[in-house]
Write a protein of this length. Structure first.
Length: 252
């Protein structure tokens, strides 16, 4: 909620307990939880008992440290194994497309390419090569660069990726094909928080893209706003970049 207060206090406290336990791979004691969360030990003990009963917390030894339970892990794994990424993210795409009145994409990384999982066309449609199920080179698309920057977060990792999937093809006169320059550019993407495609894949077309993590260390997808160059001056691209990051954080 906007004011930070949970509508159900006991549920909120239980979730805070799980979040805190999840930070400690070697377990965390009742005393440590009480100190870190500022909760009475009596309340903590009751909530931990309920979490243990459902398998979301575990205490292998009496009076020993607490760990995340197997049911917590199983629930998370089941979700990721069966997750319909398109259904989960599509409401975000619709909202962003409506807000900016531009075309929005979602894509995932597959080797040296991106695969488009979804696309919402704006009223002001433009001719592009992107289609749902289609592919484009990762190094010259906004979604591709957003995925590469956080999937391969070091210069060495990017250079290894280009060695595996290169040579990098030239799509327009703005396409970056030098591995060292691409690595430097992707470092700037990470610092900025969003990626730009400045007519690197298609002449006259620009886009802004951000990664979608869904709790993972590497992005599972990226979303982008795409428009003709005339509708994407630098100031608007910066505005979209910040707003897109915010929208992803709020919804997914």
């Amino acid at each position: 909620m906007a004011d930070g207060r949970s509508p159900v206090g006991s549920v909120d406290r239980a979730l805070l307990i799980l979040q805190e336990i999840g930070k400690h791979s070697r377990g965390v004691t009742l005393d440590e939880l009480a100190t870190r969360l500022g909760l009475p030990k009596s309340s903590l003990h009751r909530l931990l008992g309920a979490l243990k009963h459902r398998g979301f917390a575990a205490q292998p030894e009496p009076s020993g440290p607490y760990f995340l339970g197997t049911e917590m892990l199983a629930t998370a794994f089941r979700f990721y194994e069966t997750m319909d990424l398109r259904s989960l993210v599509r409401p975000l795409l619709l909202r962003v497309s409506d807000e900016f009145a531009e075309t929005v994409h979602m894509a995932m990384l597959d080797g040296g390419e991106v695969v488009y999982l979804d696309k919402v066309e704006a009223v002001r449609t433009i001719t592009m090569t992107s289609v749902v199920g289609g592919r484009n080179a990762a190094h010259c698309t906004g979604v591709g660069k957003a995925l590469l920057a956080w999937t391969y977060p070091t210069d060495e990792a990017i250079k290894a990726w280009t060695a595996q999937y290169g040579p990098l093809a030239t799509r327009t006169r703005n396409t970056m094909t030098n591995p060292a320059k691409l690595a430097t550019h992707l470092d700037q993407v990470r610092q900025r928080g969003y990626a730009l495609d400045l007519e690197e894949n298609e002449p006259g077309v620009r886009c802004v893209a951000v990664p979608v993590f869904l709790g993972r260390t590497a992005p599972v997808a990226a979303v982008s706003v795409t428009a003709l160059k005339d509708r994407m001056p630098p100031a608007r691209m910066e505005e979209i970049g910040h707003r897109l990051r915010q929208a992803v954080a709020e919804q997914v």
